[in-house]
Write a protein that binds this ligand. Structure first.
Ligand code: HH2
Length: 283
């Protein structure tokens, strides 16, 4: 696998030939930490999704359940009700790559049927049924690291060596996924910024993000508007954390991260383009 390859889907493609691409966050939830309640209405969500495509997002990540610390679980039927009409409508209007942010196989299956191509699983395919589904359907998968669950993860996060532990976990899950028939080029690793991590852990993972890139798997990083940026900058409102987010995006692009998951697509596309131009990475 070359980092600069193209991933082909039954509908559309994901082109890495220009370097880092943007995954735009589209949460169809009442309670997401940053955009909760804004896109619960399908019309508003479709409009936001299309706007992000125009702004330069290569992937739209549809999230029907919040995973912020302390969030409540949402049953599959409700996740399907929130996500599927949106994915169908996006599909009618654009060939953009769609990912579904879920750890429930029923939801992922419905999303793939509706035209999604990537399963973004914050539990890194903990459920074997999810692994089988991805293998059978040729879907790409994002394997994310989390210590604990969203309900408990910020109670007492602890690591001896956060980068080593997160890398070991993700590499073990990636090997399992490959053994189940998911090809390496369709596996993305994500350190899970903010998922069972203190600020110092998030900063260490970002500092060491090049080690994830060196594994040869594609890498996703989602630091956008997260709480550690608020702790550093004193910005209590997530929408005020755009410049802090930009610092993380520039660092990720410079380190060769393949996908940055962000809310502020229009602003971050400029950060990506400028950093890419400075670094002029060759494959
Ligand atoms: N972060 C969030 C949700 N899903 N998926 C991946 N792969 N990586 C991440 O870092 C990640 C993720 C949390 O952010 P957000 O979707 O904005 O909020 P919420 O979980 O409250 O909906």
């Amino acid at each position: 696998m070359g980092r600069r390859d193209v991933l082909e889907w039954p509908l559309g493609r994901l082109d890495f030939s220009g370097g880092t691409v943007i995954m735009g966050v589209l949460n169809v939830t009442p309670d997401s930490f940053s955009d909760g309640g804004r896109f619960l209405d399908t019309d508003a969500a479709v409009e936001r999704g299309l706007a992000m495509v125009n702004e330069g997002a290569a992937i739209i990540d549809v999230g029907p359940e919040s995973s912020r610390p302390g969030s409540q679980r949402v049953p599959a039927a409700e996740q399907i009700r929130r996500a599927i009409p949106l994915i169908e409508r996006l599909r009618e209007k654009t060939a953009v790559t769609v990912s579904i942010d879920t750890y429930l196989p029923e939801v992922a299956q419905a999303a793939l049927d509706a035209g999604a191509s990537i399963i973004n699983d914050i539990t890194a395919l903990a459920d074997d049924a999810m692994m089988r589904l991805a293998a059978e359907r040729g879907a790409a998968v994002v394997l994310m690291h989390m210590q604990g669950t969203p309900q408990t993860m910020q109670t007492d996060p602890h690591y001896k060596d956060v980068t080593r532990e997160v890398l070991e976990f993700l590499l073990a899950r990636a090997r399992r996924a490959q053994a189940a028939g998911i090809p390496k080029e369709r596996i993305f690793l994500d350190p899970g910024i903010g998922f069972g991590k203190r600020t110092e852990h998030n900063l260490q993972l970002l500092r060491d993000v090049g080690q994830f890139v060196k594994t040869g798997y594609r890498v996703v990083v989602g630091a956008s508007r997260k709480r550690f940026i608020g702790e550093i900058t004193g910005r209590t409102e997530p929408t005020e954390r755009v410049f802090g987010t930009a610092a993380t995006v520039a660092l990720c692009v410079a380190a060769g991260v393949d996908v940055v998951r962000v809310h502020d697509v229009a602003a971050m596309i400029d950060v990506v383009k400028t950093t890419r131009s400075i670094c002029q990475r060759e494959a």
